[in-house]
Design a protein around this ligand. Structure first.
Ligand code: AMP
Length: 411
């Protein structure tokens, strides 16, 4: 498709699937697969409900349209068995508060009792099913289980971006039996994460961090010829630095990734991509919170010490590189940000990204948490709700949960 002045592709071309707005859902039973896999503490209290909140636009739309809304999700890893600590009952309570209306909860997700409850629903009612993973058929994508789930509804909506990279009964199984469409969250995730890679406003910068190169190979390979700049921080940077021949003490290194790191660096430079690695780092002899720390250049990491964060000179360098770009994708922390002593690099970069005059997209998981802890979530254009799913999109791969939805007819 020919595009003028880098304007984004029309969203419909990116998703190419039906969305909830394409369906006539009034009076119909609508099965909404959501991602309510939120952190819950030992007292069964939800400690972070952002994943629930991010599906509210879809739920509210379905209520307003007069659908009978059947919500379903997984929570934790109960491995096909009924385990009270993974019950969705606390989610029903929270939803009730967030929606400001009754949310019926069924103690199962299939079976006669569930069918009876659904039969009593009126237009605009909301019901939440019990954890899908209490059945082994969910993760095994068992056809009979998917069929049983499909029989309680007329339409299927997937709004569970965080589970869209999994081929489970509730993500790819049910759409075989029902007209299926994307919810608003799923649509938004695809528009941002896929849209930006296909058609970024330039200069386009990818910031990658986290523990291992091996976890981000696919992303690096896919982005090499699409980006203008790459910043690599976090533990994975030290495989690149080791590959250049420097001693890195006890810092993280993946011996089997050294050749890959060198080849990638050469390819980036050949492709005229500006490639940045940390120039200094915060080192310690152990990861203990009270351990003695020092700041050294990456060329001078002593034996017995390990790099656990980027240093102040790297923060300045990276922040300079961030200043003039128009699009930023960030996935992976710059250091062990879970420990205060090694969190400053990640938080400083979070502030630089948030301050940039750019479209800023943060990948899910750790980076989402880091941005939240840095207090800059509101200044980021888009924060993905899916860790694994967002990585797969950045790798240029198709997500099974999206491929399974009904295709949008070409006009
Ligand atoms: P990932 O899941 O690959 O994005 O990795 C995230 C994890 O990488 C976080 O838990 C960080 O603590 C860890 N991490 C970041 N930088 C380092 C480092 N320099 N050394 C060891 N672990 C790190």
């Amino acid at each position: 498709m020919i595009r003028k002045n880098g304007s984004p592709l029309p969203p419909s071309d990116i998703l190419a699937k039906l969305t909830i707005e394409d369906l006539e859902i009034k009076g119909k039973r609508v099965f909404v697969r959501a991602d309510f896999n939120v952190p819950i503490d030992e007292n069964l209290k939800i400690t972070d409900d952002r994943r629930i909140r991010s599906t509210l636009p879809t739920i509210n739309y379905a209520i307003d349209e007069g659908a009978r809304v059947i919500l379903a999700s997984h929570l934790g890893r109960p491995k096909g068995k009924r385990e009270p600590r993974f019950s969705l009952a606390p989610i029903a309570k929270r939803l009730q508060r967030l929606l400001d209306k009754d949310v019926l909860f069924t103690e199962d997700c299939i079976g006669q009792k569930v069918e009876n409850s659904i039969a009593k629903m009126k237009d605009g009612d909301v019901l939440l099913l019990e954890n899908l993973r209490f059945y082994p058929g969910e993760e095994k994508n068992d056809e009979d289980f998917a069929k049983a789930l499909s029989q309680i509804a007329d339409f299927y909506i997937n709004d569970a971006f965080g589970a869209a990279h999994r081929a489970h009964a509730s993500t790819v199984g049910i759409p075989k039996f029902l007209p299926s469409a994307a919810g608003f969250l799923l649509k938004k995730e695809i528009e941002y994460l896929k849209g930006v890679v296909i058609n970024p406003i330039r200069p386009f910068l990818a910031i990658l961090g986290g523990a291992k190169v091996s976890g981000k190979i696919g992303v690096l390979e896919n982005l090499v010829d699409k980006v203008n700049k790459v910043i690599v921080g976090g533990g994975m940077a030290f495989t690149f630095i080791r590959a250049m021949g420097y001693e890195i003490g006890d810092s993280l290194v993946e011996a089997d990734m050294l050749d890959f790191a060198n080849r990638l660096r050469e390819k980036l430079i050949e492709s005229k991509v500006k490639f940045y690695l940390p120039v200094d780092c915060v080192i310690a002899q152990s990861m203990e919170p009270g351990a003695e720390t020092k700041i050294v250049t990456t060329q001078e990491i002593p034996k017995g010490w390990r790099a656990l964060d980027i240093g102040p000179a790297s923060v300045r360098l990276f922040s300079e590189a961030i200043q003039d770009v128009k699009t930023i994708i960030w996935n992976g922390p710059m250091g062990v940000f879970e420990i205060d002593a090694f969190s400053r690099g990640t938080y400083a970069i979070a502030h630089s990204v948030a301050d940039a005059y750019a479209l800023t997209i943060v990948g899910g998981g750790d980076t989402d948490l880091a941005v939240h802890k840095a207090g800059v979530s509101d200044s980021i254009s888009f924060i993905s709700t899916g860790g694994g799913a967002s990585l797969q999109l950045l790798e240029g791969k198709e997500l099974p949960g999206i491929a399974a939805l009904t295709d949008k007819k070409k006009e």
